[in-house]
Write a new protein. Structure first.
Length: 233
């Protein structure tokens, strides 16, 4: 199926699935996982990097299970419905261009926020700096470079963007899904401009290819570069 054919095909969902999965993210994950379980993980493990990684794995399981139980299984749909499919080989070289575009936009965003006096601490960045040994670095890469890109692309682009695309069109879906993606990363306030721009680039990647796999590659490479730069800094 080409990207053009993919977007001509209506999704099988209603407002119920959309509302249920948003509630799963912004109520259960935001409150129960990020402000509940994560504190228990920190007390249990005594290390913010390890507890943050375990929190990320928990979120991945919750959101992917939510997509399957709420959006796929009741409609007898496969994971291809949320973009988990092969993409045309001709888009291979564009992955590098999209990655470079994301890096350039992110550098501009970071520079812009620094001019505005960005002083908000990012606990994830600080925990990685404090655990910059090889083991900590590998954990950071697996968490940010593999786990996060897989579940975030399926949830935010595969489902959220797809749902919005059918109802608001391409531009509306890109903006709204990027805003939702940004808000979901609260409380890392200083990363929100980068998250919003990332959402735009990654939504465009899905729009052009009809697959979330290229977005996973771009997202994973970008996060891995960020982890390495943070560890070296």
């Amino acid at each position: 199926m080409t990207a053009a054919t993919h977007w001509k095909k209506s999704d099988p969902w209603t407002w119920r699935e959309f509302a249920a999965l948003l509630a799963l993210e912004f109520v259960f994950v935001m409150i129960a996982v990020k402000f509940g379980l994560q504190r228990l993980y920190e007390e249990w493990l005594g290390n913010t990097l390890y507890s943050g990684t375990l929190t990320g794995l928990t979120i991945a399981v919750v959101l992917l299970a939510g997509v399957y139980i709420v959006a796929l299984r009741p409609n007898q749909a496969s994971w291809a419905e949320v973009g988990l499919r092969r993409f045309p080989p001709r888009y291979g070289w564009r992955i590098l261009l999209w990655l470079l575009a994301l890096i350039a936009l992110s550098v501009a965003a970071v520079y812009g926020t620094s001019l505005l006096g960005n002083t908000v601490d990012n606990s994830k960045t600080e925990s990685l700096k404090q655990n910059a040994a090889l083991a900590g670095l590998l954990i950071g890469i697996v968490s940010a470079g593999i786990v996060s890109p897989v579940y975030e692309e399926i949830f935010y682009r595969g489902f959220i963007y797809r749902w919005l695309r059918t109802r608001t069109g391409r531009t509306g879906a890109i903006v709204l899904s990027s805003l939702i993606f940004t808000l979901a990363h609260y409380p890392t306030l200083n990363a929100m401009p980068v998250n919003f721009l990332s959402g735009i680039v990654l939504a465009w990647t899905y729009e052009r290819t009809g697959s979330v796999v290229p977005g996973m590659i771009v997202h994973g490479a970008f996060n891995t570069i960020a982890v390495l730069l943070t560890a070296m800094g």
